[in-house]
Design a protein around this ligand. Structure first.
Ligand code: SF4
Length: 344
């Protein structure tokens, strides 16, 4: 939630740093002998037509239950996955179909921090070697200059430079996540994709890492795509929020509106389960489990679990409509053009 930082020309400051239009990520499923014989093609619709944008110095919280596609979307942004369809722009440039070598300079500006700091750090390498690796890949600096950049990155995350020759197992979980963040910072990026960066940590350590991320954003003007399932964490750090369900965004807008006055039944249900919110809202218990992304339900994907489902919901997929300002929701209940049919 950056308030100031980095002096940019006004038009550059206001333009989206990242924009995604109609992003789909589908994975073919291994079909087995009989399915192949019958000519069946099964596909996981992990992300299925997502639009969003993110400005410099801002945080977009991406929330939803496990399996809703948020991590796949994050990995697609940094091109660990190639989108099946749609267009990605970074800093005004179409980066959707760049080759690996063409994408490398963009990747330098676009770093990712992973959920599990222990498995994402190479246990056989020292902290210094782990942080040196991205600098080597991008051909940055002499040996001495790299040592200075590593020291700066460690300093920024509160790890003493004397620890540079230690191995990951010599640190606590919170310190390891700081090292994971330092590895992303060492390239001086413009944007970080943070995939559940605090969910593996104790609550007290979570607060320290969130404070660190907010402090870094304030000082360096990073844009964050902050992926999480814990809405209380997202609320703390996000300027804007997008709620995903089964590969689609069902509600998005300023965090104070989406989390303060949620309009989509799914967002309402998620928020009603957050401790502390239960006094303000009646708990909404969702029926069943998230359907398979191999066969997403027709019409509204949420209709199998929604307490307000009507016949129209089973037949027609609701589109994101703007309620006010930048607050958008995909639900027939809130679309005045179909409200009469819903009431009937
Ligand atoms: Fe529920 Fe229908 Fe709205 Fe979907 S469109 S969230 S099923 S009321």
């Amino acid at each position: 939630m950056n308030q100031g930082k980095v002096l940019q020309p006004m038009d550059k400051q206001d333009a989206p740093l990242l924009s995604a239009q109609g992003i789909k990520v589908h994975f073919p499923v291994d079909q087995g002998f009989w399915s192949r014989l019958r000519g069946e093609k099964r596909v996981v619709h992990a992300v299925d037509g997502v639009d969003f944008s993110l400005r410099r110095g801002r945080t977009l919280g991406l929330v939803g239950e496990s399996g809703c596609g948020k991590t796949t979307l994050g990995k697609t942004i940094v091109r660990l996955y190639q989108p099946t369809a749609g267009v990605l722009h970074f800093d005004g440039k179409d980066v959707t179909n760049l080759s690996a070598s063409e994408f490398l300079p963009v990747r330098r500006q676009l770093q990712m921090v992973f959920q599990d700091p222990y498995s994402s750090l190479n246990r056989r390498k020292t902290v210094g070697q782990i942080l040196a690796r991205p600098l080597q890949i991008h051909g940055i600096g002499t040996r001495g200059e790299r040592a200075n950049l590593i020291e700066e990155a460690l300093n920024a995350v509160g790890i003493d430079r004397s620890h540079v020759n230690r191995f990951p197992h010599e640190f606590s979980g919170g310190q390891r996540q700081r090292i994971g963040i330092a590895r992303a910072l060492v390239l001086d990026p413009e944007m970080l994709v943070l995939d559940e960066p605090v969910s593996a940590l104790d609550v007290s350590i979570q607060a320290q890492i969130l404070n660190l991320l907010m402090d870094l954003q304030e000082r360096k003007g990073f844009a964050y795509l902050f992926i999480a399932h814990d809405l209380s964490v997202v609320k703390r750090i996000s300027d804007d929020v997008a709620v995903m369900y089964l590969g689609r965004i069902v509600e998005q807008g300023p965090a104070r509106e989406v989390l303060g006055d949620p309009q989509h039944p799914y967002t309402q249900a998620l928020l009603s389960a957050v401790p502390g919110q239960q006094r303000r809202r009646e708990r909404i218990i969702l029926r069943g489990t998230v359907p398979s992304p191999i066969h997403p339900p027709p019409g509204c994907r949420f209709h199998t679990r929604c307490p307000f489902t009507k016949d129209l919901c089973r037949r027609v997929e609701p589109q994101l409509i703007t309620l006010a300002g930048e607050h958008k929701v995909a639900c027939h209940l809130l679309d005045s053009s179909v409200a009469a049919e819903m009431a009937g």
